[in-house]
Design a protein. Structure first.
Length: 339
């Protein structure tokens, strides 16, 4: 089976087509994409709308739930002690909400990122509020987790799918949405008067003014993973891979997976100049993987380009000149329909 190279943010939205010029993608990689056999997947779930690679990964690993449980697997993969933990775990990430005319836009806190003392002060305030609402807040592996018992019934949107988007229609919904809003309101009031945010406001820096809840669910063993090896830093994927069961009757995993996330940041920001620079870096990765694949039984690389709702798999081989008769325009390869 081929090596799988998953590339979030590789498909440009149709309405941005003026930015997809031929020289945006290195010539050799462009030729490979134009002449490769390809297949399409379309994901319509609201929780991943904006980051189709998340739905692709959840489907590949057979992650439980809709939206799939993610935080519980990441927490266990971090090495944190989860014995005696609540039955359900959520990501509860500090973020910045920017008010614009008629909408609020979500972004990570990066101008500058929270220092350790700043994060510790904000965490302590939020954790104290959470205890008052019957929940527990934890920090592990660079992430914040909210533990709830009994479980909260909520429909949420993954953080990556919400970045740069209006949050009004992406806020948690469901039976316990009111409970979450009350907790969030208390945290926001505490943070508004915190020393950290007062000092950041005074210096013109992004304030931490919201928590983004997503990825909730309980840990459980998963079916056998299709991947014998996974190369990437995503804690959720590490957790899913670790939870995969092996049994005597399970088919042997033969694929390997590399997640290449460098295009996603310029993608959600619509920074197409930086996006093009990322393709140059990706070209080197593809060539290295193809060289390594020559010694494998299959010898191919499946590049899975993802956008908002679509994933397109291009089957690449060591020769860019194969199937010269099958040459499609680059825009046909890398543009994702808006509807």
């Amino acid at each position: 089976m081929p090596h799988v190279l998953l590339v979030p943010g590789a498909l440009m939205p149709e309405h941005e087509r003026e930015h997809l010029e031929q020289d945006r993608v290195p010539r050799q990689l462009g030729r490979r994409l134009q002449r490769a056999a390809r297949s399409h997947q379309r994901f319509t779930a609201a929780w991943s709308d904006g980051a189709a690679h998340l739905a692709w990964l959840a489907h590949a690993f057979g992650a439980p739930g809709d939206p799939p449980a993610a935080a519980a697997f990441a927490l266990r993969a971090s090495g944190a002690d989860t014995s005696g933990s609540a039955s359900e775990v959520w990501f509860c990430d500090p973020v910045h909400l920017r008010l614009e005319p008629e909408r609020s836009v979500l972004s990570p806190i990066e101008a500058p990122p929270l220092s350790e003392p700043e994060a510790a002060e904000l965490f302590d305030e939020a954790a104290d509020a959470a205890r008052g609402h019957g929940a527990e807040l934890r920090r592990a592996g660079g992430h914040w987790y909210l533990l709830t018992d009994p479980p909260w019934r909520l429909l949420t949107t993954a953080l990556q799918a919400a970045l740069g988007a209006s949050v009004e229609h992406r806020l948690p919904q469901g039976e316990h949405a009111g409970r979450w809003r009350r907790l969030l309101n208390e945290v926001q009031m505490r943070w508004h008067t915190s020393r950290t945010n007062r000092e950041r406001d005074a210096h013109g820096q992004q304030a931490a003014n919201c928590l983004w809840l997503h990825g909730g669910g309980a840990w459980s063993p998963l079916a056998a993973s299709p991947f014998v090896q996974v190369d990437g830093d995503d804690p959720v994927v590490r957790g899913w891979q670790q939870a995969a069961r092996r049994s005597a009757g399970s088919p042997a995993a033969t694929d390997s997976l590399t997640i290449w996330p460098q295009l996603f940041d310029p993608y959600w920001r619509s920074n197409w100049r930086a996006w093009a620079t990322g393709w140059t870096e990706l070209d080197a990765t593809v060539e290295a993987l193809l060289r390594a694949a020559r010694s494998a039984v299959d010898g191919r690389v499946a590049l899975v380009a993802c956008g908002r709702r679509s994933a397109v798999s291009f089957m690449l081989s060591g020769s860019a000149g194969l199937l010269g008769w099958r040459r499609r325009a680059l825009q046909e390869c890398l543009l994702e329909p808006d509807s």
